[in-house]
Design a binder for this molecule. Structure first.
Ligand code: NDP
Ligand code: GDR
Length: 365
């Protein structure tokens, strides 16, 4: 039986990955930082009573900013594979907390790599680093592949650039099996509420049920290559099962503007949206309704632009080239954007039918 350690186990990807590795028969250890309220909703279905025999899923308190804690957990768990998913992962928020982001996302990765060296686990433990399409930032060339130059555009992306290169450096310097997965945006019903797809699907559900009048968004022109997190955690696992440690782009190869995702999400609840105006004056209106179950009104203004959501420096266009992962890993996504959007809207409609609180909708993100 293999042992895996997942940092950020209660995040979107951590939850899907823990489920996948448990299905594969792994002993799974997860690192979770202390919070004032228990925030394990995404992994509650995987919970195993630590008092029972044969526990296969165990949580440990830890933090990416605490080296001694990470060394102790790695020493205790002796993992065959570490998936380093923990990070302050919100690009806009990284402009507000740049130093913390550098510490957790950049130096945090170094702490894991150094822990492996200190404990003499270079030959035993394989490491997956959660790298990101945000590294490409200001467009140099499209589609973006493993050889496209980086030009990060946020404190988050700059921190992740350090993490990317320190992973490559430790692989070369100490012959460690350390790999970067350069993952493009991936979403799911478990996506954090302040990332744009989930913000949209939640707002569509709340508006459809008459709990909210409209949503405020930032840059509607930004284009992203969106996939499903469930498909992307399979790629993480495949990357660590190869003979040689290498870096891989994981993407769908299709890019879509934020504005079109808004239209797709409204279409799921039978509302056609049209956009009128330009720049900060652009708005989305209900043009027609085909499902009387929901509370839309033709002509209702359902989307406004709020510049508070603009980023000081933006990443306008991401479109990945997954050729290497498809040919070398044999990776193939099961979901397309339409199926992803459908699942997210349906999930949020169900959530709001049970619990109709939307009070923090406009706070951040
Ligand atoms: P989430 O934001 O959903 O999860 C991040 C996890 O990291 C949470 O469990 C969070 O804990 C934890 N965390 C944050 N800071 C610390 C810290 N200092 N110490 C310990 N744990 C911490 O992100 P995703 O699951 O979406 O992404 C996983 C990783 O992949 C991240 O590194 C992200 O940057 C990267 N990535 C994500 C992509 C995406 O589209 N989803 C694309 C490319 C890369 P808490 O719940 O307490 O906040
Ligand atoms: P991103 O994801 O920054 O790509 O980072 P996000 O969903 O936050 O933004 C995508 C694009 O949508 C635009 N946008 C808005 N974004 C948010 N959050 N809120 C809004 O109201 C809004 N309006 C428009 C953004 O400007 C942007 O262009 C995600 C994270 O998961 C990172 O951790 C990961 O590394 C990258 O994806 C790949």
């Amino acid at each position: 039986m293999k042992t895996a350690l997942i940092t950020g186990v209660n995040g979107q990807d951590g939850a899907y990955l823990a489920e996948l590795l448990l299905e594969k028969g792994y002993m799974v250890h997860g690192i979770k930082r202390r919070s004032s309220l228990i925030n394990t909703d995404r992994i509650d279905h995987l919970y195993q009573d630590p008092h029972s025999k044969d526990v296969k899923f165990k949580l440990h308190y830890g933090d990416m900013t605490d080296s001694t804690n990470l060394i102790r957990i790695i020493q205790e768990t002796q993992p065959d594979e570490i998936y380093n998913l923990a990070a302050m992962s919100h690009v806009k928020v990284s402009f507000d907390t740049p130093e913390y982001t550098a510490n957790a996302d950049g130096i945090g990765t170094l702490r894991i790599l150094e822990a492996i060296r200190i404990l003499g686990l270079e030959k035993k433990t394989r490491i997956y680093q959660a790298s990101t399409s945000e590294l490409y930032g200001l467009v140099q060339a499209v589609p973006q592949s493993e050889t496209t130059p980086f030009y990060p555009r946020s404190p988050y992306a700059v921190a992740k650039l350090y993490a990317y290169w320190i992973t490559v450096n430790y692989r070369e310097a100490y012959k460690m099996f350390a790999c970067n997965g350069i993952l493009f945006n991936h979403e799911s019903p478990l996506r954090g509420e302040t990332f744009v797809t989930r913000k949209i699907t939640r707002a569509v559900a709340a508006i459809a049920l008459g709990l909210q009048e409209k949503m405020f968004l930032g840059n509607l022109d930004a284009r992203r290559d969106w996939g499903h997190a469930k498909d992307y955690v399979k790629a993480m696992w495949l990357i660590l099962q190869q003979e040689k440690p290498e870096d891989y782009v994981i993407a769908t190869g299709i890019t879509t503007p934020v504005r079109d995702f808004v239209k797709m999400a409204f279409a799921e609840v039978g509302a056609e949206v049209e956009f009128k105006g330009e720049g900060v004056d652009e708005k989305g209106y209900i043009k027609s309704i085909s499902n009387p179950e929901f509370k839309f009104v033709v002509g209702q203004e359902v989307v406004s632009v709020d510049p508070a959501y603009f980023r000081p420096t933006e990443v306008e266009l991401l479109i990945g080239d997954p050729t290497k992962s498809k040919t070398k890993l044999g990776w193939e996504p099961e979901y397309d954007l339409a199926a992803l959007c459908k699942e997210m809207v349906a999930s949020d409609v169900e959530i709001f039918k049970k619990d109709n609180t939307t009070q923090w909708e406009h706070l951040v993100g």
